[in-house]
Ligand binder design. Structure first.
Ligand SMILES: *Cc1c(COP(=O)(O)O)cnc(C)c1O
Ligand SMILES: [Zn+2]
Length: 416
């Protein structure tokens, strides 16, 4: 079956050499190879921005279909992706010593992470290009999200996970019916094996580091921030960074809304990496090409030693006059606690790293106390119960009588 092409997409442009190609199923630039990430181009002058208003009754990221590389003949997955809530977290803002802190809770997507934005676009591209099977390598969330969206549209999915992937995420894959291949090695090894398998077996490759269409799905968070925060645009948008597609996508979405005349100013982007996996921060500071690093952090979703989309991420951060910063695992665990206790939002370590970054950026005078910040919470805390338990502490265990309760409470309240 032939589907008509996405109406406003004009082609693909290599982020290294600048060559352009027509809309098609190529993943990276033929002359630059695997490093040549492609960016999707649109004819913005033909897009009517009046549809991006609160009057649009589609409360999911499909309200931005005009800005997505999607054939008008295809039905999006019926699950609700995107249009996640933004909370004004007053007590958390006060605790951090900042005027305003907004939390955008992307843990509320169908598979409980930001990745659903990308996967929901990825499964449609697979169908459009005639594939029956889709595959990806992931530290967890891209995979559980792909398994979920594949289940919604009826594609078969094959998932390559590194041995370190948290059990709840792997369980999510299995319940959605994916074939799960645990690769005894790192994420990088799982990634390379997946790419080889897609070529050999004719599967569609959802790897967001390289697939140009997936970043377009991630961009919808930037489009939403522009629309949801139109009257109170924050000075900073804070995002945790692994491969760099999330922050690169959000930056692109915000730039597009400026280009379409919907907002006047793009907030500064703060990219937050883990101390134990910060090759992007090093490239950002040195201005040189990225040098892959080892990874050692509890924030598994951003434990990426060889980020694929670093050029896009760094370009977007610089274009916004933004900054990058790294946080330790202890700082992430502390941020998990305070975000839950003062903000009411429970995020996984990588999901919360942004909040830890806000605290550190205030200490380093990168973010000023009179400024306002929106932190994107990229994944739900139940995705990684092991880390959550480290942050949360223990329950009181007592005999079933009131004296035991009174004793336990007084001991507990003394300590806390
Ligand atoms: C994937 C992911 C990120 C980082 O996104 P990149 O595109 O790899 O930079 C952050 N947080 C969570 C929860 C994720 O799953
Ligand atoms: Zn190129």
């Amino acid at each position: 079956m032939n589907f008509s092409p996405p109406p406003f997409v004009t082609g693909l442009k290599c982020l290294i050499c600048g060559a352009t190609y027509p809309h098609s199923n190529i993943l990276t630039c033929p002359s630059c190879g695997i490093e040549g990430i492609l960016d999707v181009l649109y004819d913005y002058s033909s897009i009517d921005n009046s549809q991006f208003t609160i009057r649009n009754s589609q409360f999911s990221h499909w309200r931005y279909k005009a800005l997505l590389p999607i054939s008008p003949d295809l039905h999006p997955p019926f699950l609700t992706v995107g249009w996640t809530p933004v909370y004004d977290a007053k007590r958390l803002a006060k605790h951090l010593g900042i005027r305003k802190l907004f939390l955008k809770d992307d843990g509320r997507n169908p598979s409980n992470s930001f990745k659903d934005r990308a996967s929901s676009v990825g499964v449609l591209k697979a169908i459009e290009f005639g594939f029956k099977t889709i595959a990806c390598a992931s530290t967890g969330n891209a995979a559980s999200s792909l398994a979920c969206m594949s289940a919604a549209v009826g594609l078969q999915s094959f998932i390559f996970v590194p041995s370190r992937a948290p059990e709840p995420k792997v369980t999510q894959l299995l319940i959605f019916g994916a074939t799960v291949i645990k690769v005894q090695g790192t994420y990088e090894q799982a990634f390379d094996l997946c790419r080889e398998a897609c070529e050999k077996f004719g599967w569609y490759n959802r790897n967001s580091g390289t697939n140009p269409y997936l970043v377009e799905g991630k961009k919808t968070a930037g489009l939403e921030i522009a629309e949801q925060m139109k009257d109170e645009m924050p000075d900073w948008v804070v995002v945790s960074v692994g491969d760099g597609c999330t922050i690169g996508g959000i930056g692109k979405g915000l730039q597009e809304m400026k280009q379409l005349g919907f907002i006047e100013r793009v907030p500064k982007l703060l990219g937050v990496q883990a101390e134990g996996a910060k090759p992007m921060l090093e490239a950002f500071q040195s201005g040189k090409d990225l040098v892959p690093s080892e990874t050692n952090t509890i924030a598994d979703s951003i434990a990426v030693g060889t980020p694929r989309n670093w050029r896009r991420a760094i370009h977007q951060i610089k274009q916004s006059n933004g900054e990058m910063i790294a946080v330790s695992d202890e700082e992430i665990l502390e941020a998990m606690r305070v975000t839950a206790r003062l903000g009411g939002v429970f995020g996984e370590p990588a999901g919360i790293a942004g909040v830890a970054g806000v605290k550190k950026a205030i200490q380093q005078n990168i973010i000023k106390s009179h400024e306002s910040v929106l932190a994107v919470i990229t994944g739900n805390g139940l995705k990684d119960v092991q880390s959550a338990k480290q942050a949360a502490g223990e329950a009181l265990s007592i005999k079933p009588n009131i004296d035991a309760l009174a004793n336990a409470l007084s001991a507990h309240l003394k300590i806390n």
